[in-house]
Design a protein around this ligand. Structure first.
Ligand code: ZN
Length: 80
């Protein structure tokens, strides 16, 4: 857990888990970009869209990707 200059706890640092501070993996879930900490158990799903998708039933489709979201989305959609 990290702290800001005035001792405030940093709740969310993009790309890093708010819980354990490890770098997060980028995942596509429901076709939307998310971050996920694979070090936490259960894996912690974060990112803007997780506010929505965390409340949906697990779709069974989740893809870890690196690099560009759009390129990864195209691969996911086209099945390449
Ligand atoms: Zn974590």
């Amino acid at each position: 857990m990290s702290y800001g200059p005035w001792g405030f706890k940093i709740i969310y640092k993009p790309g890093y888990c708010a819980d354990c501070g490890e770098p997060e993996a980028k995942v596509i879930y429901y076709g939307l970009p998310h971050h996920m900490c694979l070090q936490c158990d259960p894996p912690l799903l974060t990112g803007f869209w997780s506010r929505l998708t965390a409340h949906l039933p697990f779709s069974g489709w989740m893809m870890v990707y690196k690099g560009s979201y759009w390129r990864a989305l195209w691969r996911w959609v086209s099945g390449a």
